[in-house]
Design a protein around this ligand. Structure first.
Ligand code: ATP
Length: 372
């Protein structure tokens, strides 16, 4: 049982009805979140959605206009940053350029007047953890972006915060290094067991890193869940869109029975049936979506069309991707329907190809019902 599934588990961080207004602009709007010990929790959202402001309130750099923040059961809403068991790693890393790696990491401990031997021990422990031992005597400008990022991480961890806040920790790295560093970050988090809250606008990063994530839009939390839950069962159009769903159609619920929802989409001629955990009502306006990999396109042999979840169309584009191909199919419903399927070669031809008439079909557990 994961802690967030356990009704008796006490959250390590509780964000309780928190709102932040700047003048008459609401940057964070009535957010409730529970984050558990040793989680790597991501706040995911587009620029300006309020995720940094929420992180700064956890750190104590901003005070909520309403609501409370509890850490380990203690109300810290009115505490200054230094009174909280929290450390924050900023977007720019903010390393001291004239100090060596070692001195950068040691800085906070020196300020706290920790004993010299103890400083030495802890700095080297951390440098080993982030694999920077060989670079201890270098200065930041002599390091790569990824190495600088790890110095910043070591510096943030050396004071042993219970909660580490990271604002876009990997944003300055190029794609390859970012992917590699994601795994390092996960390993380090695993080893030190500190609770991490990470702000990112990158959905792939959030999917890779997090135990759970909160998808944010316009200061509000749209959905909280594990990467699998968010990917498999987005609840709103915003969340689905943000994690890259396509094939979305607006429509109306025309019946709900036994967890199965029937939807009539405005532009789609066939009946749509979906097994959906969502509580929706007859007549409710919703969105219907189905992922490209859950659709199947087969050559139209002129037979009857299945009664539900099937469309006739014509292949307009094929993008060959090696073991799979992406087909863009004109089903006469305004936008092209995208289908991704494994390549089946018959006498060195694809099963379906350019300009083929096809039937696109899918099962009732493949679709999604999304609310606005
Ligand atoms: P980004 O990824 O671009 O940093 P974000 O999701 O982290 O975006 P925030 O930095 O939290 O967004 O900002 C949310 C909104 O609040 C933005 O519209 C921003 O302009 C506004 N905002 C943030 N700080 C202040 C401030 N001190 N005064 C006025 N408005 C602010």
């Amino acid at each position: 049982l994961e802690p967030w599934e356990d009704p008796n588990a006490a959250p390590y961080v509780r964000i309780d009805g928190v709102t932040k207004r700047f003048g008459d602009f609401t940057a964070v709007d009535d957010v409730d979140l529970s984050i558990y010990r040793s989680e790597l929790f991501c706040l995911l959202g587009a620029s300006g959605c309020g995720k940094t402001t929420l992180l700064r309130m956890l750190a104590g750099f901003e005070r909520p206009s309403n609501g409370r923040i509890l850490i380990d059961g203690q109300d810290v809403t009115d505490q200054a940053p230094y009174e909280r068991p929290v450390n924050m790693m900023f977007q720019s890393y903010a390393l001291f350029p004239h100090m060596t790696v070692e001195q950068n990491v040691a800085y906070g401990l020196k300020q706290d007047r920790v004993q010299k031997d103890e400083i030495k021990r802890r700095v080297h422990q951390l440098l080993e953890l982030v694999q920077l031992d060989p670079w201890a005597k270098r200065k930041p400008h002599q390091l790569s972006g990824g190495q600088r990022q790890r110095v910043a991480l070591a510096r943030a961890l050396v004071k042993r915060p219970k909660l580490l806040l990271l604002d876009e920790p990997l944003a300055a790295l190029d794609k390859k290094l970012r992917e590699q560093t994601q795994f390092e970050l996960m390993n380090i988090q695993d080893e030190v067991g500190v609770t991490f809250v990470v702000v990112t606008h990158d959905q792939e990063e959030a999917m890779t890193l997090s135990t759970r994530m909160a998808v944010m839009d316009k200061g509000r939390v749209q959905q909280v869940g594990t990467p699998t839950e968010i990917y498999e069962f987005p609840r709103t159009r915003f969340t689905a869109d943000f994690i890259g769903s396509i094939n979305m159609f607006e429509g109306t619920v025309q019946g709900v029975y036994d967890g199965r929802v029937r939807v009539t989409a405005d532009s789609v001629p066939c009946a749509l049936e979906v097994d959906s955990p969502l509580q929706v009502q007859d007549g409710q306006r919703v969105w219907f979506s189905v992922r490209p990999e859950k659709l199947r396109a087969r050559r139209d042999d002129g037979g009857d069309l299945p009664a539900v979840n099937a469309l006739r169309g014509m292949v307009r584009d094929v993008a060959y991707m090696g073991d799979t191909s992406i087909f863009r199919i004109d089903c006469g419903i305004g936008e092209l329907v995208e289908v991704l399927q494994p390549n089946v070669f018959r006498s060195r031809e694809r099963e379906v190809d350019w300009d083929d008439p096809v039937i696109v079909e899918w099962s009732t557990d493949a679709g999604l019902v999304l609310t606005e």
